[in-house]
Design a protein around this ligand. Structure first.
Ligand SMILES: Nc1ncnc2c1ncn2[C@@H]1O[C@H](COP(=O)(O)OP(=O)(O)O)[C@@H](O)[C@H]1O
Ligand SMILES: [Mg+2]
Length: 309
């Protein structure tokens, strides 16, 4: 699949000297949904703002559909739709005019059939003559999406699409995003909800303190989630995994007081029975046995807290 957006060693220092992006590189394939997961202050909005030309990069490069955002800004920008984190709509304007105006800003000719199509897709057509101030928060967010789509972008950024949106509407939003992807739009969304990344993304990137910590296919991350750990606590600590247990792929727990065994929950045989028999045969005495499931949440928390970084 071809690359539609390429970010290379992007750095951004704000005027006060704070380095919000520390050399971010990321390639986005045409047609994918990438969720950028990161805690508040990670640099998600800065990354999006830099790619969209709202702030300028300190160094590094970005190309959209082969157009450089520095030397070919208008062409690059016209390929991008941005749904900002904050709702910034004119309260007395109607829905249709809001979206029409937005298309005009990009110098595109009026195309009411296209706008009708976008508004219908977002279930806003019945509200087209309503003023923005008459809409619910969820509907306003849909108007932001309609605005972002009005100039027919090929890449859509959604910055925290479900911040402040209740659970019901969030599911709605996920449906809308999936439908957009089916219509061929590439989507990059930021979120600090792991559940949201799980529900929507093809790939998940984790960003913290201005750095991308990992980018992985969601299915690979999910496969990792399927792993469970069994910790065998010993009455007497050991200095190494005994030779007699080498075939079991064990790690030594803290202070040698336990042996940690990782297994796949979905596997036909977990190997636990054999392991416990072999532990006893090796002359070790069990004090207790504990199981743990590693989740995307654990992986995420470890990564952003810096323990695994
Ligand atoms: N205009 C600015 N001047 C100085 N620092 C800023 C500015 N905007 C954002 N920051 C800082 O940059 C970091 C990243 O912010 P932001 O990109 O908004 O993070 P996120 O969207 O992941 O929550 C934060 O520490 C924030 O305080
Ligand atoms: Mg943000």
């Amino acid at each position: 699949m071809s690359t539609i957006l390429s970010i290379s060693d992007l750095r951004k220092s704000y005027a006060d000297g704070f380095e919000a992006l520390k050399g971010v590189s990321l390639d986005i394939a045409e047609g994918e949904i990438l969720a950028l997961l990161g805690p508040n202050g990670a640099g998600k909005t800065t990354l999006i703002s830099t790619v969209c030309g709202i702030t300028t990069a300190t160094s590094g490069s970005v190309t959209v559909g082969g157009h450089c955002i520095k030397t070919d800004f208008r062409a690059a920008r016209s390929m991008i739709g941005l749904v900002p984190q904050e709702i910034n709509l004119e309260p007395f304007e109607t829905v249709l005019n809001t979206v029409r105006f937005s298309r005009g800003l990009f110098g595109k000719p009026r195309n009411d059939a296209l706008l009708e199509d976008i508004l219908k897709k977002l279930s806003l057509w019945d509200k087209r003559d309503n003023q923005i101030k008459e809409l619910s928060g969820g509907m306003k967010r849909r108007v932001l999406i309609a605005k972002a789509l009005s100039h027919e972008p090929r890449v859509l950024f959604l910055d925290e699409p479900s911040a402040g949106v209740d659970v019901e509407l969030r599911k709605d939003m996920w449906e809308v995003v999936r439908e957009l992807r089916e219509s061929g739009v590439t989507i990059i969304l930021t979120t600090h909800y792991i559940e949201e990344a799980e529900a929507m993304a093809d790939r998940v990137g984790v960003i913290a303190r201005g750095e991308i910590l990992l980018v992985e296919e969601k299915s690979d991350l999910m496969a990792r989630m399927g792993k469970k750990e069994l910790e065998v606590l010993l009455t007497e600590p050991v200095t190494a995994v005994p030779d007699a247990l080498k075939m079991h792929d064990l790690r030594l727990g803290e202070g040698g007081r336990s042996l940690i065994y990782t297994y796949d929950v979905k596997a036909e045989r977990t190997g636990i029975t054999t392991l416990l028999n072999d532990v006893a045969a090796a002359g070790l005495v069990l004090a207790d046995v504990v199981t743990r499931q590693s989740s995307l949440e654990d992986i995420f928390v470890d990564l952003v807290s810096g323990e695994a970084a």
